[in-house]
Design a protein. Structure first.
Length: 280
């Protein structure tokens, strides 16, 4: 049975700022084991972890939520801070230890970084991939462009173009297209308004969480230059780059991505394919 269609698929209801949040989460694995939460990128859904989540579920309790504005979530995207609260509440209510290892790519990476900084009581460790913390030269123009392009982001032509840019495997295109079509109206613009001005969280320096900032070597320059800044922002931060892959490298090299997660959870040596920045 395919991931996303298994018995662990269920709705999740929680409270954020005195309002009810109704979302969706795929839950699998060993309920009493260490929990791992996988956070997806903008324009897709928890579906993007379908090659990684089942492998991790062999030894961990794995939770894969659809973030607000995406997938089967009934909630509109409000803000990064609002989503951080929702994920923290999910961890407190659905994990045995009320703590979890967090893995986020792209939008999920921004959420993971904020979780590690602002909600360290629920975070054992964090892996953050594809996040920019540097200022754009013209952020207002970037946000305006996002608002213009946003309404077309779920069109067939845009989905095909994005899939090509992200190197989505041919066998995954149907799932990628389905997930992209599920994104709620206005989500791209609202997310863009925040991530274009994202910085290293102010609370990062006092967080005890281990954080790994990582990106593909084919990722854009600003994300690569952000790696040491994000890692140094956390007292227990580290940064690595992965040769030969781009932004959505969890799909390009899922086995390596999974190996990285396992090593970071265990606080063990990372795979040698993940290079220190000086080696990149």
């Amino acid at each position: 049975m395919a991931f996303g269609e298994q018995q662990g698929e269920r709705s999740w209801v929680g409270w954020v700022d005195d309002r009810v949040v109704n979302s969706s989460v795929d839950e699998s694995g060993r309920g009493n084991s260490d929990a791992v939460v996988l956070l997806h990128g903008l324009g897709t859904s928890g579906w993007m972890w379908h090659r990684i989540a089942p492998v991790l579920a062999e030894e961990f309790h794995v939770l894969v939520p659809d973030l607000p504005g995406h997938g089967r979530s009934d909630e509109a995207w409000v803000s990064l801070a609002d989503t951080v609260q929702a994920v923290a509440e999910l961890i407190r209510s659905r994990t045995a230890a009320r703590r979890a290892h967090i893995v986020g790519l792209s939008l999920g990476g921004y959420v993971a970084a904020l979780l590690a900084a602002n909600e360290p009581a629920v975070v054992r460790s964090a892996v953050v991939s594809g996040v920019n913390v540097l200022p754009f030269a013209h952020p207002t123009m970037m946000r305006l462009a996002g608002r213009i392009i946003g309404p077309f982001a779920t069109s067939g032509a845009m989905i095909r173009a994005n899939a090509k840019a992200l190197k989505v495997p041919t066998g995954d295109f149907a799932g990628y297209r389905r997930a992209a079509k599920e994104v709620k109206r206005g989500t791209f613009a609202r997310v863009g308004d925040e991530v274009t001005v994202f910085e290293v969280p102010a609370e990062a320096g006092s967080s005890p969480c281990r954080l790994l900032a990582v990106a593909g070597a084919d990722e854009n320059e600003m994300v690569q230059r952000s790696l040491p800044l994000l890692a140094k922002g956390f007292a227990r931060g580290d940064a690595r780059v992965v040769p030969g892959v781009g932004h959505a490298w969890s799909g390009e090299k899922p086995d390596l991505f999974t190996e990285m997660i396992r090593a970071h959870i265990a606080d063990a040596d990372l795979p040698p394919s993940l290079h220190h920045l000086a080696e990149a």
